[in-house]
Design a protein around this ligand. Structure first.
Ligand code: PHB
Length: 378
């Protein structure tokens, strides 16, 4: 192994888990659930199985974002965790991962306003903290290509406990499906993020206005999910500086250090920070915000900090070595390299990803990327 990569190959206790090394597979939408019903299927189990053995692949896999309810869906062909068929489909995934000695968390997702009436129960409007439409595009089973997301309606105050309940039920079903834990998707402009950030939350009830109020929904979801799993098997993902999905906050450092403190107080296993996504720059000022968030989470009692976004082997190792991250989540590199840890250990080479097949729906660009032994037969 190049000495330089050694920091990525230390074991780490994360919540209730012992991880073999620091290379995590990031959550990745791949749009390959069986229809009808958005059910995980055999090719999905094979894809995760290929990346599951910690000797060659991830020490922890975080599943693709998975809607907790029909209302929580924002794109066609994404999997759910709200029906018996989906639980059975995911069970085959977790069994395949565990047979390789791997660990996998399910990412619990509600898209809020990033949806379309085509995808909603009864073709209703998507729900959001406030009726503010995002400048975002999606695709539906009816659209021919990309379409603008629909105008949302603001959730009534008395509907909010029902949405928290969707997360609790998703967490419960993830347990039945054999996952090792769950990650709450609080990032990238989806429902939790919409409540948290000032630009998408103009409510005047207990869930909007002050920072304390904007934090409330996120805390209620975290408490519900921790109630099912225990904090040592729950992570939470944020994207503090990302503008993806028309997101904006008036003071991101204050907002996200406050959230990190709340989550740390609850002793969550990890905080997963999407540092660089859809155009966020990597610079000293942004890095300082991430350090402040990490410090807030960990000084309050939280577990590991997972950094994600544009990392390569050397830059990931540097980040861990510097103490700015405990784990590095790799996305596109893991799409193209099922045996990513084996490749990092020997300093490459890496297969290149083909972004035309990220969401294309077949085995191509999904389960057919070769591992080292296959790429270079002796
Ligand atoms: C997407 O499908 O484009 C997508 C899903 C989840 C994310 C980000 C993007 O967190």
């Amino acid at each position: 192994m190049p000495d330089h990569h050694a920091p990525l190959f230390q074991t780490l206790a994360v919540g209730d888990l012992e991880l073999a090394h620091r290379i995590v597979m990031a959550p990745l939408t791949r749009s390959r659930a069986a229809q009808p019903g958005n059910v995980p299927q055999a090719i999905n189990a094979e894809y995760y199985r290929q990346r599951a053995n910690p000797e060659t692949g991830a020490s922890l896999i975080i599943s693709e974002a998975t809607q907790v309810s029909p209302q929580g869906q924002g794109y066609a062909f994404t999997p759910g965790i709200h029906s018996p068929e989906q639980v059975a489909g995911w069970k085959a995934v977790t069994e395949a991962v565990h047979a390789e000695g791997g660990k996998i968390f399910l990412q619990l997702w509600h898209v809020g306003r990033i949806s379309h009436t085509d995808l909603q129960p009864g073709e209703g409007k998507p729900v959001a903290p406030s009726a503010i439409r995002a400048e975002s595009q999606t695709y539906t089973h009816k659209s021919n290509g990309m379409v603008q997301v629909s105008e949302p309606r603001a959730l009534e105050t008395d509907e909010i406990p029902g949405v928290v309940e969707q997360f609790r039920l998703g967490a419960q079903l993830a347990k039945e499906a054999g996952f090792d834990g769950v990650e709450i998707h609080g990032a990238n402009g989806y429902l939790l993020d919409q409540f948290l950030r000032s630009g998408s939350n103009q409510r005047t009830d207990a869930y909007g206005g002050s920072l304390t109020n904007r934090l409330r929904f996120c805390q209620e979801v975290a408490d519900a999910v921790v109630g099912v799993w225990g904090a040592g098997r729950v992570g939470y993902r944020v994207s503090p500086l990302g503008g993806f999905n028309s997101m904006h906050d008036d003071s991101p450092e204050e907002t996200f250090t406050a959230l990190a403190t709340e989550l740390g107080t609850r002793k969550l296993a990890y905080l997963h920070v999407n540092e660089e996504f859809a155009g966020v720059e990597r610079n000293d000022a942004n890095d300082a915000v991430y350090r402040a968030i990490k410090a807030a989470f960990q000084s309050a009692g939280g577990g590991a900090y997972i950094a994600c976004g544009g990392y390569e082997d050397a830059s990931g190792a540097d980040r861990v070595e510097a103490g700015d991250a405990d784990l590095i989540a790799y996305g596109k590199l893991f799409i193209a390299n099922p045996d990513l840890a084996a490749r990092v250990r020997q300093g490459g080479p890496y297969n290149e990803w083909d972004d035309s097949t990220f969401y294309s729906g077949t085995e191509e660009g999904y389960t057919d990327y070769p591992a080292l032994a296959e790429a270079a037969p002796a």
